[in-house]
Design a protein around this ligand. Structure first.
Ligand code: ASP
Length: 330
């Protein structure tokens, strides 16, 4: 086989269950994430050799529940550097599933290239019977090497599906079909070497985004509204000097009256407050469940609280004032 015509893909490993190890192959819950090195992950998938020419880097070895904004900065800059090279056609990132949607959305808004960037992961550790990581990795490399993935922003290849980084979210604690794009559905599929997109990505991203990673990130925290909510969390956050608060509101982004008052006071003290929903699907309307005009708050639209936090961090880091425009645009 003439391999010189195959796409050249950089695989950046960060850890996660895809690199997880258990003491026994029957274990799918009791294991340690992020311990198996990228070379071993690649060795487990001989079929990769007929899909792409691969170069690998171990960027981190963490459980993605411990992902940091500093690592986002490192990752985003490394991806940009690699994609600026003529001899790299795409990037695949192996990641834990827990915060994959946050990293994916961050990269979707900061990477400045139209070349494919694809995240993948696994729900079962690499040592498990029926581990899902090897096929997910093969599929992610296949998507990254596909001409049809160019210009689609950052993608997530998981369980034969292709999702947009903007819309995808983890929806199951243990199922291997853990990811969904609740409001929009999948972008397409990847199966047995075939990559097929059924729709495109409408909102701006990557090279068309106005955002960039920074060395010092503004502090943005998430507060949940629930029965019997109090002012305690918001007052503590304001006292700690946070720049922004995302509210995981009830239903359509509504908030307990006590919390609403605390947040209105936070806005008066210069804290940016964004209303999202804890429900898991649907959108939050500006001036819908609460008067954003009167409170000085912003509605998150279809972004879940975790993604709204990513966008608010980027917006505050960029110095933007028109936060509602940003949430309406991205
Ligand atoms: N805790 C793991 C992680 O996010 C879970 C996984 O990868 O599925 O790294």
């Amino acid at each position: 086989m003439n391999t010189s015509s195959l796409p050249r893909i950089a695989v950046l490993a960060t850890g996660g269950t895809i690199a997880g190890q258990a003491g026994d192959a029957s274990k799918t819950a009791g294991y340690k994430a992020g311990v198996v090195g990228v070379d071993k992950l690649l060795d487990a998938v001989p079929a990769l050799a007929s899909v792409a020419r691969i170069q690998a880097e171990q960027i981190a070895s963490i459980d993605s529940k411990d992902m940091s904004a500093a690592l986002w900065t490192t990752l985003s800059r490394r991806i940009d550097a690699l994609l600026a090279q003529d001899d790299i056609d795409g990037v695949v990132i192996t990641h834990g599933t827990d915060t994959l949607e946050e990293t994916a959305y961050l990269l979707h808004l900061t990477v400045k290239s139209t070349k494919p960037v694809v995240l993948t992961a696994a729900m079962r550790p690499s040592t498990a019977l029926s581990a899902d990581g090897p096929l997910n990795l093969l599929n992610a490399v296949t998507v990254a090497g596909s001409a049809s993935a160019k210009g689609q922003g950052v993608l997530v290849a998981f369980n034969n599906q292709i999702h947009s980084a903007r819309d995808v979210t983890k929806t199951s604690t243990y199922a291997v079909d853990a990811f969904r794009s609740p409001e929009t559905g999948v972008l397409g599929f990847v199966q047995d070497g075939r990559v097929e997109f059924q729709r495109g990505v409408v909102r701006p991203h990557t090279a068309a985004s106005e955002f960039a990673v920074v060395d010092q990130w503004p502090t943005v925290e998430i507060v949940t509204s629930h029965a019997d909510a109090s002012r305690v969390m918001v007052e503590a956050l304001v006292a700690a000097g946070v720049r922004g608060i995302v509210v995981a509101g009830t239903g359509n982004g509504s908030m307990h009256a006590t919390l609403t008052q605390a947040l209105a006071d936070a806005v008066k003290q210069g804290v940016a407050v964004v209303r999202a929903s804890r429900v898991g699907s649907g959108h939050v309307m500006r001036n819908g469940a609460a008067s954003d005009d009167a409170l000085g708050t912003v509605s998150a639209g279809t972004l879940n609280p975790y993604k709204a936090r990513v966008l608010l961090m980027l917006a505050l880091a960029s110095g933007a004032q028109d936060l509602q425009r940003i949430f309406d645009t991205y």
